[in-house]
Write a protein that binds this ligand. Structure first.
Ligand code: BYC
Length: 313
C-alpha cells in the first residue's frame, strides 16, 4: 500500500472506532502525541510514589502500612505497564527516563506538592486518585490498543486506591477533633491542585482538539474537571469536609456544580519547574536511577548469558 492508502486506512480505523496496533501505519504526529502522553503518564506514576512513600515508615499502624505499601507498589507497576506501552511506539524506556531526569519531559503537576500529614495519604487517595479515575476511565477506550489495554488494569487498581483513601478519611473524621482538623487542612491544600490535574482550560489546551479527533482523548479537560467536581461534592458532604471554594454551588439550570477558576498562574509555574517540590522530586528520581545502575547492569549481564547459552544449545 502506498502512503495515501495507508493514511486512508488509518483514518477509517479511527472513524470506525477500532484500535490502532503497534504494527499498523500511523501518522508521525499521532505517534509523537502518544509517546508524549504515555511517557508523561508513566513518569507521573513513578514520581507519584514519592509523596506517599514519604509516609510508609511513619504509618500509624501495621494495617495502614500494609495498605500504603501495596498502593505505592501498584504505582510502580502502573509505570511499568505504561513504559511498556510507550516502547511499542519505538522508544526506549532508558531514553524516556533520561528525558524525565533531565527535565525534558513532564509529569503530573500534582506530585510537586508536599505531603505534610498522614491525612494527606487519605486525601491523595480520595481526591488525586479520584481525579485520576475520572481522567483515565475514558482512556480505556483510547484508539491506541496497548495504551487502552494497560488502562483497563490501571483503572481497576486506581479504584482500590481511591477507596482506601476514602476509608482512611472516614476513620479519621469519626475520630478526634484533631483528626478532623487534619482532614480539613489536607483537603484545603489538595483541592485546587487536584482540579489542575485535568490540565489547562479548554481554551488554553493546545493538544485537546487533535487528540480528540484521533480518539486518544475522549473528553476535554474542562468536561472531566466538571465530572470530578460533581462526583466529589457529595463525597465531601458525606465526610463532613468543606471544599475550599466559596464559589461552589449547585446550578439547577446546568445540572452541575458551579465552581471557581483554579489559579492558572500557579499551574504554569508548577509545570515549568517552579512548584514547591519539583527540584526535590527530580533529585530523588535521579538518585534512585544512579543507585539502581548495578541492578540494570546485572540484569543485562544475565540476559546476555542466557542468550549465549540458548545460542550455544
Ligand atoms: N501536569 O494541551 P494540554 C496518578 C501539560 S498519575 C503537568 O491540555 P494534553 C497517580 C501537557 O502535557 C496521573 N503537565 O495537554 C499516580 C501539555 O504540555 P506538553 C497522571 C500538564 O496532553 C501516583 C500542556 O500542559 N495522569 O494518577 O492534551 C499516585 C498543555 O496541556 C498537566 C495522566 O498522565 C498536568 N496536570 O492533556 C496517585 C493521564 N496538564 O506535553 C495517582 C494521561 C497538562 O505539550 N494524560 N499538562 O509540553 C492526559 O490525560 C493528558 O495528557 C492531560 C493533558 C489531560 C494530563
Amino acid at each position: 500500500m502506498d502512503e495515501t492508502a495507508l493514511a486512508a486506512h488509518f483514518d477509517a480505523t479511527i472513524a470506525g472506532d477500532q484500535r490502532i496496533e503497534p504494527r499498523d501505519w500511523m501518522p508521525e504526529a499521532y505517534r509523537r502525541t502518544l509517546i508524549r502522553q504515555i511517557a508523561q503518564h508513566a513518569h507521573s506514576e513513578i514520581i507519584g510514589m514519592q509523596p506517599e512513600g514519604n509516609w510508609i515508615r511513619r504509618a500509624p499502624s501495621l494495617r495502614r502500612k500494609a495498605i500504603l505499601l501495596a498502593k505505592v507498589q501498584d504505582e510502580a507497576g502502573h509505570g511499568l505497564y505504561l513504559y511498556a506501552a510507550a516502547e511499542t511506539l519505538g522508544v526506549d524506556r532508558e531514553e524516556l527516563t533520561e528525558k524525565l531526569i533531565s527535565g525534558r519531559q513532564k509529569y503530573s503537576s500534582i506530585f510537586n506538592y508536599p505531603t505534610l500529614s498522614y491525612a494527606d495519604v487519605g486525601v491523595i487517595g480520595w481526591l488525586v486518585d479520584g481525579a485520576a479515575i475520572c481522567n483515565q476511565v475514558p482512556l480505556c477506550r483510547c484508539s491506541y490498543g496497548p495504551y487502552a489495554r494497560a488502562m483497563v488494569r490501571i483503572c481497576k487498581e486506581e479504584s482500590f486506591h481511591q477507596r482506601q483513601g476514602y476509608e482512611l478519611l472516614l476513620a479519621m473524621v469519626n475520630g478526634t477533633d484533631a483528626q478532623r482538623e487534619m482532614v480539613q487542612e489536607s483537603t484545603n491544600r489538595f483541592w485546587w491542585p487536584s482540579l489542575m490535574m485535568f490540565g489547562p482550560p479548554d481554551g488554553d489546551s493546545p493538544n485537546t482538539r487533535q487528540s480528540m479527533d484521533w480518539g486518544i482523548k475522549r473528553h476535554t479537560n474542562d468536561e472531566l474537571r466538571q465530572r470530578f467536581v460533581d462526583m466529589t461534592v457529595p463525597q465531601a458532604e458525606a465526610l463532613g469536609v468543606t471544599l475550599p471554594d466559596p464559589g461552589l454551588r449547585w446550578n439547577a439550570e446546568r445540572g452541575h456544580y458551579d465552581f471557581s477558576e483554579p489559579d492558572w498562574d500557579e499551574f504554569k509555574a508548577v509545570i515549568s519547574g517552579s512548584g514547591p517540590c519539583n527540584a526535590q522530586r527530580l533529585a530523588q528520581r535521579r538518585r534512585a536511577h544512579e543507585e539502581g545502575a548495578w541492578v540494570r547492569a546485572a540484569a543485562q549481564a544475565y540476559a546476555e548469558k542466557q542468550a549465549s547459552r540458548t545460542a550455544a544449545a
